[in-house]
Each structure stands twice: as C-alpha cells, then as structure tokens.
Design a protein around this ligand. Structure first.
Ligand code: ZN
Ligand code: FE
Ligand code: FE
Ligand code: ZN
Length: 267
C-alpha cells in the first residue's frame, strides 16, 4: 500500500511530545512514507495560555527543526504545518501567524469549548462531570463549524474529539454533524481522519465510521493524521484509517504544498 501523507505530528516544543522532526522523518521513511507534515500546537496571543503548546518565540526554532529534518532526510517530503486552536475572536491572530512563515497547511482544531475548558485535557475530567455531555458536544460543534467557515484552515483536526473520554450524549447529534459538514463542503475545507482516538479511552478513530459516512455524503475531502507525539506513533493504524476511508467510499485524499491543495488517489 502506498500511504497517504501523515500530516499530524508534534515536537517537544509543546512540552508533551518526544522526538525531533528528524526522528519522525526517519521513522516515516522506514515505514515507506513519501511525505509527512509536522503540525505542532500553535502559539497563542499569551504564552501563559496553557502548558501544552509552544511559545511565540519558539516558532523560529520550530521552522528550523523542520528545515533540519529536511536536510537530514532529503528523500522524504517534509511539510511545515501547524495545529492551530480555533477560538472565536482569534481570527486576526491566526492570520498573523499565517503571514510569518511559508506554511504548507494549517490544521484547525477545537480543544477549548468555553473559557478555559479544553475538553481533551485529562485535568478537566471534573469539568466534564459537572456538565451535560450534549451541551458540551453542542458547544464543541458550534466552534468546529465556525472553524470550518473561517477560511483559516486547510483541514479540520480530530472532528469528534469530544468523544475522547466517552462522555456520550443520549441525544442524537446528527444535526450537529450535518451543520459542520455543510460548512466544510461549502468552504472546501478537508476533514482529518485521525488515528489517535484508537489510543484514547474511546478506542475509535476520529471521526467515527458513521460520521465519515455523512462526510462522504456531503462530498467532503479528507486528510490523514496519526497525531503522533512520539516517533513510534508515526503512521499509527494507517492501514485501519485507509481501509475505513475506502469502505466509506472515499477515493482521494488531499495533499498540500504552500497552502494549495491537490487531490491524490487512495491506493
Ligand atoms: Zn498534543
Ligand atoms: Fe489536537
Ligand atoms: Fe495534535
Ligand atoms: Zn491533536
């Protein structure tokens, strides 16, 4: 199998990942990838926003690490991406980030649903327990829909991240998913198939098979990501992810370069 590019991997700059881009690249080459993309957690307007992302002053170092990986592994295409947190009001900040480097793509991710509640943070389980899951899922998908419509991102990361800790609503969420997927289709933004969910409590790829079926109906395009936080996670479960995409009827994936998209057949 010829692997689609793995566009979601982190670096130690975010304080919760290990291995340099060159190490991720070496692992990708060993697995037979022809392209990867680094996408570490973006800086925020305040460096004390939280403890799981790079500081603004780390951006130069981040780009240099990617350049070093390219120099060490010239036979692999290594893209410069970023996993950018979408929060309404940060649009101008994100545009500013976009103008600072020659990015290949931005993954738009929602982790914060309100205030300082980052719903995938194990330290926030107490917050989950205080809330109604449907209310959290609704807030999450409202933000995700805004992210899709913002025009700031090439692809949207781990679209049903809200299932991570298995706080599932009793209510039917199909309408939330459809509104988000319509925004993706209207704005021609891709949806990431992210295998990290298999390594979390939910034990399921983000997004779920039924969600992906809806995405296919909306003719949304896809990207792939392992969300590797260690070199050993590069390409994790990609055979499952590609198999799921093909079973669902997807025939192509999106390749990026300089924030331009190209569709590549899944093989
Ligand atoms: Zn992370
Ligand atoms: Fe994320
Ligand atoms: Fe990530
Ligand atoms: Zn992520």
């Amino acid at each position: 199998m010829k692997w689609p590019s793995d566009y979601h991997m982190h670096t130690p700059l975010c304080h919760h990942a290990v291995g340099e881009p060159a190490d991720y690249a070496a692992q990708a080459l060993a697995l037979g990838f022809s392209e990867i993309g680094m996408s570490d957690h973006s800086p925020m307007p305040r460096d004390d926003w939280d403890d799981w992302r790079m500081a603004q002053s780390d951006l130069v170092d981040y780009a240099a690490k990617v350049s070093a990986a390219r120099a060490a592994h010239p036979s692999l295409s290594i893209l410069l991406g970023l996993e950018v947190d979408f929060i309404p009001g940060l649009e101008e900040w994100i545009k500013g980030l976009a103008s600072r480097f020659d990015w290949d793509y931005f993954i738009g991710s929602v982790h914060y649903v309100s205030g300082d509640f980052d719903l995938d943070n194990p330290k926030k389980l107490s917050e989950w327990k205080k809330r109604d899951p449907f209310e959290v899922w609704s807030l999450y998908f409202q933000r995700l829909t805004q992210a899709a419509s913002s025009g700031l991102f090439e692809t949207i990361g781990h679209a049903d991240l809200c299932k991570k800790f298995c706080f599932y609503p009793k209510e039917d969420c199909t309408a939330l998913f459809n509104t988000f997927l319509e925004a993706l289709a209207d704005c021609d933004v891709a949806l990431e198939i992210n295998t990290a969910g298999l390594r979390k409590e939910c034990r399921e790829i983000y997004p779920s098979p039924s969600f992906l079926k809806l995405a296919r109906k909306h003719r949304v395009h896809i990207t792939f990501g392992s969300d590797a936080h260690a070199p050993s996670e590069v390409g994790a479960n990609f055979s499952d992810a590609v198999g799921l995409a093909q079973e669902t009827g997807f025939t192509h994936w999106c390749r990026f370069k300089g924030r331009q998209r190209e569709l590549v057949p899944l093989s």
